[in-house]
Design a binder for this molecule. Structure first.
Ligand code: ADP
Ligand code: MG
Length: 454
């Protein structure tokens, strides 16, 4: 086999694999494979990391070997070797628990603040990101990006619902890239920040400075680009910044709550830029990943709870990792105060405080409970009358329709036949008062637990 024919054969092999696994999977796992040597029937293939090696061995060994044999029958075996560049330390889901020990370095990192130059939070790292089925593709893609800035997946576009770890992964990529490539310029921004900064620079007549700052960047990370929807001027500026960076071979990573094709009110040319590299989604975590995340987070807080606690939480909270963390903090708080936890108590805490429990509440129930509580008829809540008692009941109704049913101000306004600005005013008034007045807080808690009771 001479080198020339091998190269073309290798390309054919890769193409065949691509047909089998699809474009995105191919780009993430296979694009960086490098055949290194061949002897005694064994082909050694270099891969960028241990993570990729484990994954390929677990899921694609058969496919790769079979495809290779079709073209080069002399090859009897393949072996993956990790490239000799410095390796990343990664927690693979099933072993994450045992390996995570809070080191002094990590403890100190926790108190580090957001870096003003990069805007990155050091709390978000690869080594505290639990990898499972729901995010492994996205994780591998970011790993590829760190390794080969701008040469592999550019731009990388990661999308998924709220609370699945997009921001964590994006920021971890920035942090890791800084560690690996000394001296590069990294910038992390939410799209809202990008937009605000741009608009301010317009106001202050220093757009040039803004442009210069962004055009010096080697890795630009823009979180939540769905925010651009309908914002024409910012889209225009982002488009130019993108083109500039892309043409200068700089890496860009975007995140969004939905794929580019589903972002409404966005310029076609920007959409096609988003789609021009690799587009990958993150799904809500499966049960095992939720358990692994809970264990990791509680170790980070320096505590290990009985498994039943993790199991109950992971069973109840299925979509949002931020909420998983929130409930865990609450359970730990309770445990530290009371010195014990029972399954019933954990369930009770979850019921009271989970947003998922909120979704199961019918708004009609909120209306009924509030009218019962204030001894009013349900229809009174929708009347114009202005006595104090009624005004208060109505404010609570607004508060809970917003907090629990997550209705928009406009929807609540339509329901109560009021302008949405009045609704915003009422809602904010309650929130402000809650901060000052513990009695009001208590009242809210009482009503809330009635609403969330079965
Ligand atoms: P999103 O940006 O998708 O809304 P975030 O990145 O803000 O979600 O994640 C919410 C919280 O969950 C963060 O505190 C983050 O650290 C945590 N988290 C998300 N995914 C993981 C994961 N795979 N491993 C560990 N923590 C995670
Ligand atoms: Mg986010």
């Amino acid at each position: 086999m001479n080198l020339y024919t091998f190269e073309t054969t290798w390309e054919k092999i890769l193409n065949k694999i691509k047909e089998n696994v699809g474009e995105s999977v191919f780009k993430v796992w296979f694009l960086s494979l490098q055949p290194k040597s061949f002897s005694q029937g064994v082909l050694k293939i270099e891969v960028p990391s241990k993570f990729v090696k484990d994954w390929l061995e677990k899921k694609f060994n058969q496919l790769i070997l079979k495809t290779i044999k079709e073209y080069i029958p002399e090859i009897k075996e393949i072996s993956f070797v990790v490239s000799t560049e410095p390796q990343l330390k990664i927690n693979v889901q099933k072993t994450s628990l045992k390996r995570i020990v809070k080191t002094q370095e990590q403890k100190q990192l926790n108190i580090f603040e957001i870096n003003p130059q990069t805007n990155l939070n050091p709390r978000y790292r690869f080594d505290n990101f639990v990898v499972g089925k729901s995010n492994e593709l996205a994780f591998a893609a970011t790993e590829g990006v760190v390794k080969s800035l701008s040469k592999l997946h550019n731009p990388l576009f990661i999308y998924g619902p709220v609370g699945v770890g997009k921001t964590h992964l994006l920021q971890a990529t920035g942090n890791e890239a800084l560690k690996r490539h000394k001296g590069i310029k990294v910038k992390y921004l939410t799209t809202e920040e990008f937009t605000n900064r741009f608009i301010n620079s317009l106001k202050n007549h220093d757009v040039e400075k803004f442009k210069l700052e962004f055009r010096e960047i080697d890795l630009l990370i823009l979180d939540d680009v769905h925010f651009l929807s309908g914002k024409n001027t910012s889209q225009e500026e982002l488009f130019h910044t993108f083109n500039y960076l892309y043409n200068s071979s700089k890496q860009i990573i975007f995140s969004s709550d939905r794929p580019p094709k589903s972002i409404p009110d966005i310029e076609e040319r920007l959409r096609s830029r988003f789609e021009g590299g690799l587009v990958i989604d993150i799904q809500p975590p499966d049960y095992e990943t939720r358990i692994a995340i809970l264990k990791l987070k509680s170790q980070e807080k320096g505590i290990i709870l009985d498994d039943f606690v993790y199991e109950i939480i992971a069973n109840e909270i299925t979509k949002n990792i931020r909420e998983l963390e929130g409930i865990l903090s609450l359970v730990i708080f309770h445990y530290e105060r009371e010195g014990k936890l029972t399954p019933e108590k954990v369930k009770e805490l979850i019921k009271k405080f989970s947003k998922e429990a909120y979704y199961r509440v019918n708004p009609k129930k909120i209306i009924k409970i509030i009218s019962d509580y204030y001894e009013l008829k349900e229809e009174d809540l929708f009347k114009k009358a202005r006595n104090k008692h009624l005004v208060k009941a109505r404010q609570f109704l607004i508060y809970f329709l917003r907090e629990i049913s997550q209705y928009s101000y406009t929807t609540i306004g339509d329901l109560l036949k009021k302008d949405h600005t009045t609704i915003i005013y009422s809602y904010e008034k309650i929130v402000k008062e809650m901060r000052k007045n513990p009695l009001l807080n208590q009242e809210i808690e009482i009503i809330k637990s009635k609403i969330l009771e079965n």
